[in-house]
Design a protein around this ligand. Structure first.
Ligand code: GUN
Length: 282
């Protein structure tokens, strides 16, 4: 078994990114909106902000009260959309229940939507028209990791466990675009093993520790673990790493696998937003 070492690759990407940022001539500005006090979201935002700082991106976090109204958030987004100094806008999810996530994501200007969650950018991924627009960071990070390790995708059987808008659906589109035969499994899937046992590549991100066990996987498969779960003071993924490590050809560790690649992809998207803004108006 070999590790898909996202941490080291992300560090290498950061060196290249900071050089590109320095050459750009303007400081890219990313505004991150955090509504409420979800501890996991606070941690993710902090990690994103620190990564931005390491490469020279100015990350401005707006921490807003959880009682914020839909109208007030829409107004904030409207102002950011119209502020030429701001290159990228990210609204950390999940939002508090009283807010309409769909409407909020649709209110972000597509040219500043570095998360790639606006329907226009979603559609660009779906229809493989990626000359413009942004890929969602996790899916982009997974594809970059597999590409770096020369793992073939064309013609491979890929199973994605988890059908979320943030991870599973965009990742399925990218895999399909790359020539894989893709199955998307989710909470209602009757027999998950039936899919995973014949898969060349399994990507899992549903938040269930040890969901993917050794007997569910064929010899030599590739495991991409997107899960992040806290067990006591340990962070574990959705795959049973210890049981799988001697059976598979490649596996991502958790932590230090997909997570750092997700952040690196966000930095790339923010740089792209800043570059694009120099060439055309938003
Ligand atoms: N919450 C969990 N993952 C993400 C992500 O990639 N972007 C945003 N905005 N929120 C998230």
């Amino acid at each position: 078994m070999a590790l898909l070492d996202g941490w080291t690759l992300a560090k290498e990407r950061e060196v290249a990114l900071s050089q590109e940022v320095a050459r750009l001539g303007v400081t890219p500005i990313l505004v991150v909106i955090l509504v409420g006090e979800n501890p996991a979201s606070q941690l993710y935002v902090q990690m994103k902000a620190k990564a931005c700082m390491r490469v020279g991106i100015d990350c401005q976090v707006q921490s807003l009260k959880s009682e914020l109204s839909q109208q007030a958030l829409l107004e904030i987004l409207h102002n950011l959309n119209n502020d030429p100094r701001v290159h990228g806008i990210l609204v950390q999810l999940p939002l508090p229940k009283h807010l309409d996530t769909r409407e909020i994501l649709e209110a972000i200007a597509p040219c500043k939507d570095v998360d790639g969650f606006h329907p226009l950018n979603v559609g660009r991924v779906y229809s493989n028209s990626l000359l413009k627009g942004f890929l969602p960071a996790t899916a982009m990070g997974v594809m970059e990791l597999l590409e770096h390790y020369d793992i073939p995708i064309k013609g491979q059987d890929v199973v994605i466990v988890g059908a979320s808008n943030i991870i599973g659906k965009p990742l399925a589109s990218l895999m399909l675009n790359a020539g894989a035969s893709v199955s998307i499994c989710h909470i209602l899937t009757k027999d998950l093993s039936m899919y995973t046992q014949r898969a060349d590549i399994i990507c899992v991100g549903v938040g269930k520790p040890r969901l993917i066990r050794s007997e569910m996987v064929k010899e030599g498969a590739v495991i991409v673990d997107i899960g992040i779960n806290k067990e006591g003071d340990r962070v574990v993924g959705d795959a049973d790493f210890e049981a799988l490590k001697d059976k598979v050809s490649y596996i991502t560790p958790v932590p230090k696998g997909v997570g750092p690649m997700t952040i690196s992809a966000l930095l790339e998207n923010t740089l792209l937003a800043a570059k694009t803004s120099l060439e055309s108006s938003c």
